[in-house]
Design a protein around this ligand. Structure first.
Ligand SMILES: *Cc1c(COP(=O)(O)O)cnc(C)c1O
Length: 383
């Protein structure tokens, strides 16, 4: 069986972990944490980066920093992973779910303004499959209504947005905050892991405090204050050096990993375009977005076709999966607010989207077999 995902190991992970362990410093914020953070700050022009134990944690930090409270409203796409919403729900916010575009799972930026009220505090665009949301429109709304923007960039490492001035900006460098994931299903991994990028300088010193259990430890070690104590809320959001050492090996190979993933993505796109099948749509990448080879998905014409495709891929030895289930109609949230709201595009992706295998070690020959399987499956379906 060809799996849906297989984490790629560069070979250096255990070497750097050995080095971290041998150095005697295995708790957080040591040499490897600082190397990783400095790399991302330089490479993608994030003002400040803090490694976290997951993207979920990075989102929770952002929700605390944004001072989200009971009664506040936060606009989140419905078609996303639970973590995007849960960080704000934990702060007591009401989530106002937004729909996707018809042809692109990202939040429909033209429909956000109607959702803004006097209680709205933040917008959380998710760059689905590493493809940028329309950030110019979202940042304009944020400015107009004085909102914070928290990018869920979990899938968006090394992907870019071309703004209206023609400038190419890394995803995660545009909003006030951005959260990334290094979960084993993402492009570069550390098992579990993530980072918070902070692009608004007003929040940096508080972020360091929340990151280290509400203490001013970071300032103390830089010699900026002469006492180290409890000064704010917080948690233990920082990963150990063992995780950071693992991540460093991945970072060293980032461009090679990206090149391979993007070439697999392109091979999928070209091969499936040539099949000229009307029963599914290929992913749409707007002119303002780049792709980072995070995910290759198709949108079938209906749920029945999607299930048929997944099962015939399985019969041919390929594991394909679907996700997400619209959060606005989830068991946990449906009864809380917005009961009965209909978000047709999000529901359509819930029913019709399928993710095909995509990982570093996948071969082009495997993709050829997947194309054959798709051709047969859909040839079968008459009318
Ligand atoms: C993977 C993912 C997350 C969660 O990342 P963790 O590091 O597992 O917490 C959040 N949002 C999106 C869109 C994701 O794809």
């Amino acid at each position: 069986m060809i799996p849906f995902n297989k984490p790629y190991l560069t070979g250096k992970e255990t070497h750097y972990i050995y080095d971290a362990v041998n150095s005697g410093k295995i708790s957080g914020n040591g040499k490897y944490t600082q190397k990783c953070q400095a790399f991302f700050e330089e490479q993608y022009h994030f003002k400040k980066v803090l490694l976290t134990t997951s993207c979920t944690d990075a989102l929770e930090m952002a929700a605390i920093l944004a001072n989200i409270k009971e009664g506040d409203e936060v606009i989140v796409p419905s078609f996303t992973f639970v973590s995007t919403a849960i960080a704000f729900v934990r702060q007591g916010a009401k989530i106002v779910f937004a729909d996707s575009y018809a042809n692109n799972p990202n939040i429909d930026a033209d429909k956000i303004e109607d959702l803004i009220t006097s209680r709205t505090k933040a917008i959380v665009p998710v760059h689905y499959a590493g493809v940028a949301c329309d950030m110019d429109k979202i940042m304009e709304l944020a400015e107009k209504y004085n909102l914070l923007v928290i990018e869920d960039a979990a899938q968006a490492i090394d992907s870019f947005y071309i703004n209206k001035l023609g400038e190419k900006r890394a995803l995660g460098s545009i909003g006030h905050f951005a959260a990334f994931s290094f979960h084993e299903t993402k492009n570069i991994v550390s098992g579990e892991g993530g980072m918070l990028a902070i692009n608004d300088e007003r929040f940096i010193s508080r972020a360091e405090i929340i990151w280290e259990k509400g203490t001013n430890r970071a300032e103390f070690f830089r010699g900026e204050v002469n006492k180290y104590g409890w000064v704010d809320t917080g948690s233990s959001f920082l990963p150990s050096e063992i995780i950071a050492a693992f991540l460093w090996a991945q970072i060293e190979n980032l461009s090679m990993i990206q090149e391979r993933r993007v070439s697999l993505w392109n091979y999928y796109y070209d091969g499936l375009s040539k099949l000229n099948i009307q029963k599914f749509a290929l992913p749409e990448v707007p002119d303002y977005a780049t792709k980072n080879g995070h995910m290759f998905y198709l949108t079938c014409v209906n749920g029945e076709m999607r299930d048929k495709l997944i099962s015939s891929l399985k019969d041919n030895g390929f594991h394909a999966v679907f996700h997400y289930l619209s959060l606005h109609s989830s068991e946990y949230y449906a009864h809380k607010h917005d009961a009965g709201r209909i978000l047709p595009n999000s529901d359509n992706f819930t029913e019709c989207l399928v993710r095909l295998p995509l990982f570093y070690e996948l071969n082009f020959e495997d993709l050829d077999k997947i194309f054959d399987c798709l051709a047969l499956t859909f040839e079968d379906v008459k009318g």
